[in-house]
Design a protein around this ligand. Structure first.
Ligand SMILES: Cc1cc2nc3c(=O)[nH]c(=O)nc-3n(C[C@H](O)[C@H](O)[C@H](O)COP(=O)(O)OP(=O)(O)OC[C@H]3O[C@@H](n4cnc5c(N)ncnc54)[C@H](O)[C@@H]3O)c2cc1C
Ligand code: FES
Length: 277
């Protein structure tokens, strides 16, 4: 049975990783034990009614105690508006309201030689735990570690160098990191999908980032005939399937239909998305 946790969690750390980008560490052992890579949590501030609703954030990674038990989880967030602005002011000992795990998480793969993760903007956040899971260095959601791929590459594109957040975390986790910036201040000068295209195709692609990037990735996957999964960052109100504010179109036998990203996603097969219908 899937565990659902709703808690008021103390902040253990809230540190600046890159421009306007923070990593917040929340003490919540039950949630840290249950959550899997690709799933997300909803966060709001207790005692605040603006914003009233929670906001969705991907699991960045879980934090283990000395005995190897998950006790906390990390979320990496970019300050873009009301809630993220308030989160940036939190200090250790403050509290957030958090609930989850939510969403489907990344799919199970059969053993592969090479998986490429493609991130744009703040889209790297679901991938750190995924790298550890794929390389079998950490188990999640109560599942023991098992290696699923020989190697993982992260292709990570941001507008400019000082927005690149957590690059050393990905290297430390064992990913080969390829960086791209729109203005050429770090790594490849151009789009992350152009950088990816200059390498040999991997056996599986997984993307997270702005929709134009995801569309370009889906096209490349089709051209390469490589399977591709995408993690969508559609704005959400309830996060639990009630409000239908998060729908996306998917292909069906009859044409297309809506799916709720919060419960049917956020991970979808790229080929199933009906963006052009
Ligand atoms: C499944 C999922 C996982 C996510 N994981 C992360 C994460 O790990 N780190 C992170 O920083 N963000 C993540 N996001 C996006 C995050 O939820 C939004 O940035 C957040 O809701 C902004 O809240 P706010 O109150 O600060 O901004 P608001 O005051 O609500 O909005 C500020 C501005 O941002 C725009 N905006 C809000 N949400 C989105 C969105 N999802 N896409 C595009 N524009 C948006 C609004 O239209 C507005 O212009 C995720 C979203 C989803 C759906
Ligand atoms: S956010 Fe309410 S149904 Fe998805």
């Amino acid at each position: 049975m899937t565990l659902f946790v709703h808690a008021v969690a103390p902040v253990l750390e809230n540190i600046l990783l890159a421009r306007q980008t923070y990593r917040i560490r929340l003490h919540c052992p039950e949630l840290a034990r249950a959550i899997r890579p690709g799933q997300f949590v909803m966060i709001r501030l207790p005692g605040h009614n603006d914003p009233l609703l929670g906001r969705p954030f991907a699991l960045y990674d879980t934090v283990l105690d000395d005995a190897g038990q998950p006790i906390a989880l990390d979320v990496v967030y970019l300050v873009v508006g009301k809630l993220t602005g308030l989160l940036a002011a939190l200090r250790p000992g403050d509290h957030v309201e958090i609930w989850g795990p939510l969403g489907n998480g990344f799919p199970d793969f059969h053993f592969l030689d090479h998986i490429a993760l493609i991130a744009g903007g703040i889209g790297q956040t679901p991938f750190l735990a995924h790298v550890r899971d794929l390389l079998g260095t950490r188990g999640y959601g109560g599942r023991p570690p098992r290696r699923i791929t020989q190697r993982v590459s992260l292709y990570y594109g941001v507008r400019t160098a000082d927005l690149a957040a957590g690059v050393e975390d990905f290297r430390a986790a064992g990913a080969t990191v390829h960086l791209a910036t729109d203005d050429g201040t770090l790594g490849f000068h151009g789009l992350v999908t152009q950088l990816l295209e200059s390498h040999a195709p991997p056996q599986h692609l997984v993307g997270c980032g702005p929709e134009p990037m995801l569309r370009a990735l889906a096209q490349l996957a089709r051209r390469w005939s490589v399977p591709c999964h995408l993690s969508l960052e559609t704005p959400m109100a309830c996060g639990i399937g009630i409000c239908f504010s998060c729908v996306t179109r998917v292909r069906t036998a009859e044409g297309w239909d809506y799916r709720r990203v919060c419960v049917d996603g956020p991970i979808f097969e790229a080929a199933s998305l009906a963006w052009d219908m």
